[in-house]
Ligand binder design. Structure first.
Ligand SMILES: *[C@@H]1O[C@H](CO)[C@@H](O)[C@H](O)[C@H]1NC(C)=O
Ligand SMILES: *[C@@H]1O[C@H](CO)[C@@H](O)[C@H](O)[C@H]1NC(C)=O
Ligand SMILES: *[C@@H]1O[C@H](CO)[C@@H](O)[C@H](O)[C@H]1NC(C)=O
Ligand SMILES: *[C@@H]1O[C@H](CO)[C@@H](O)[C@H](O)[C@H]1NC(C)=O
Ligand SMILES: *[C@@H]1O[C@H](CO)[C@@H](O)[C@H](O)[C@H]1NC(C)=O
Ligand SMILES: *[C@@H]1O[C@H](CO)[C@@H](O)[C@H](O)[C@H]1NC(C)=O
Length: 510
């Protein structure tokens, strides 16, 4: 899973890679509007207004906004940018460096090639439609009254609750535009169970929920690829591992082979992948190995849209093009997934956690400071016989959600369902839907270094403030609910909306 062991190193790698893309854009921009990715490009291209629907700029995000594209000489810059300076870096990342260098060269060659290519008329039309949507969104973003009661549109399903959104009015407009315009093409190649189907229970079920719903979606799915905004690669990382990964032989490369073959097939059979170097294509994965799975195809990793539960910025998760999706643990017999819990004033336990102590690096700290240490903060590896996990989630004021092996934790959604205010303890994690949701309105974020002060922090939240957080958890709940068939504004539609925003952020013809 680890592509790069050291944190410092990996953040250098990220910024270098981002820079690589910036430069590819800069180069293509300089060579007359042939840019492949317009994301961080020129001031002329449209971007999210930074004060409103911007991507999270929170503390531990490794992506500081990219600097203005440097006008470097591509002949030298493109090749020198990915050098590791230290010997240990060279040793550890020789393979990675070679791969990334190769990708950059490919991107450059492709961009140069494009100069002489005729633009595709159908893609130009799709791009024009998106350009229109961007203009409408930009207008919405600059409106004075951005609360949704000022929305001219009558929408019985939309309850304006300013707090939980970064900008409720803009979100609403964007959502409605998505409903009106977004068209998804699903490649038909591939057979179930590895393709077109996903897990429907257990901790990776978000992958399955999305796959299974989009396959039968009568509204967003279209069968004419020439009109599509985005192209779905319908493989399930979890299913591939369930069926093809032998726990004894442990050949992890099986995943990369299946996915590599798949992209090879669709990119040789259809023109769409090559037209955009995969940037308007997307995949979804909730499995821990989701990021790794996409590595075998470099443009899938660095340019395609990846919807991932494991949204770890230290593993090249890039919130400008990738979207974080919630992890949900759906049970076969799903009693804990029925939303609801005690009112704020009836919650008596201050904080609760139960789970394996030895998953990852954060949980051992939580256990070290809080297991059997305090009667208000209950931390268990196994809940005792006289304690019900389900009941504790429903009666505690706060539910601790430390990262385990991976940044995402299904407890976050579990807490939201149980109307328990989640306490997020993670590093390098981009929170799900944080491009539109204001997580600070319905959760508490505690940095890892503050774990010893957890009790003080939680007791420092006044009753009024707690009641507000609790109310907001209930308001945010609908965006995390799984429905079959799907309902407006539920988890499925929020995932689609994340996809819509990423596609709006991409301008293939620059
Ligand atoms: C929302 O906008 C309307 C104007 O359209 C204004 O009258 C109202 O006070 C605003 N509500 C809030 C909560 O800001
Ligand atoms: C809503 O609009 C007001 C007034 O223009 C602005 O101060 C505020 O930052 C906006 N809120 C958001 C979430 O963009
Ligand atoms: C796309 O590019 C690849 C690699 O250059 C090539 O093998 C493939 O034939 C191309 N696909 C189409 C449809 O032209
Ligand atoms: C909450 O507590 C109040 C007062 O103690 C009690 O009357 C009420 O029944 C409780 N509600 C629930 C849902 O337990
Ligand atoms: C469970 O039992 C233990 C010891 O018997 C006791 O200390 C604890 O308070 C009990 N917990 C609950 C929730 O009843
Ligand atoms: C995030 O990725 C980095 C780099 O691979 C890794 O060291 C770290 O443990 C990951 N975080 C979690 C919680 O898995």
């Amino acid at each position: 899973m680890l592509i790069c062991r050291s944190n410092n190193l990996s953040s250098t790698l990220i910024s270098v890679t981002l820079l690589a893309i910036v430069i590819v854009v800069a180069v293509s921009y300089a060579s007359n509007g042939l840019s492949l990715l317009s994301l961080p490009a020129s001031p002329l291209s449209w971007r999210w207004p930074s004060s409103t629907l911007s991507f999270p700029s929170s503390t531990n995000l490794d992506h500081s906004p990219p600097p203005a594209p440097p006008r470097l000489n591509p002949k030298t810059a493109l090749y020198s940018m990915f050098n590791c300076d230290s010997d240990s870096c060279k040793k550890q990342n020789g393979k990675m460096n070679r791969e990334v260098n190769k990708l950059i060269k490919e991107l450059k060659d492709e961009t140069m090639l494009r100069r002489n290519k005729k633009r595709d008329k159908k893609l130009e039309k799709v791009e024009a439609e998106l350009a229109g949507a961007r203009v409408l969104m930009r207008d919405a973003a600059t409106r004075k009254h951005n609360n949704s009661s000022s929305s001219p549109v009558d929408d019985p399903d939309y309850v304006p609750n300013g707090n939980i959104y970064r900008n409720p009015y803009l979100f609403h407009r964007s959502y409605l535009l998505m409903e009106k315009l977004l068209k998804v093409y699903i490649y038909e190649e591939g057979e179930p169970p590895l393709f077109h189907k996903g897990p429907t229970f257990d901790i990776y079920s978000t992958e399955g929920v999305f796959l299974n719903l989009i396959e039968k979606d009568p509204h967003f799915r279209i069968f004419d690829p020439d009109r599509a905004h985005v192209f779905f690669l319908p493989f399930s990382v979890t299913m591939i591992l369930n069926y093809l990964f032998d726990p004894i032989i442990r050949d992890k490369a099986v995943l990369e082979r299946v996915i590599g073959d798949y992209v090879h097939i669709v990119s040789s059979r259809y023109p769409y992948w090559n037209q955009s170097l995969g940037s308007n294509h997307f995949m979804i994965a909730c499995h821990d190995w989701g990021p790794r799975a996409s590595w075998s195809v470099h443009s899938l990793y660095f340019t395609s849209i990846r919807l991932l539960c494991n949204a770890n910025t230290s593993e090249y998760f890039n919130p400008r093009k990738d979207a974080s999706i919630p992890q949900i643990n759906l049970h076969r017999d799903e009693p804990t997934m029925v939303p609801g819990g005690l009112p704020a004033s009836n919650r008596t336990t201050l904080a609760f956690f139960a789970g394996n102590e030895f998953h990852g690096k954060i949980r051992p700290l939580v256990f070290q400071y809080w297991k059997d240490k305090d009667e208000d903060i209950l931390v268990y590896d196994r809940v005792p016989k006289n304690v019900s996990y389900h009941e504790m989630m429903h009666t505690s004021r706060f539910c601790l959600c430390p990262s385990g092996y991976e940044v995402a934790s299904p407890r976050i959604v579990e807490a939201i369902y149980a109307e328990c205010v989640p306490v997020l303890i993670s590093q390098n994690y981009v929170l799900p839907f944080s491009d539109v949701l204001n997580w600070d309105a319905f959760s508490v974020r505690v940095p890892v270094s503050e774990i010893p002060n957890l009790k003080r922090i939680l007791l420092g939240i006044s009753d009024d403030e707690y009641t507000r957080l609790h109310e907001n958890v209930k308001r945010a709940q609908r965006h995390f609910l799984v429905n079959n068939p799907a309902k407006r504004y539920d988890i499925y539609h929020m995932i689609l909306h994340s996809l819509w925003l990423r596609r709006l952020n991409l301008n293939i013809y620059g």
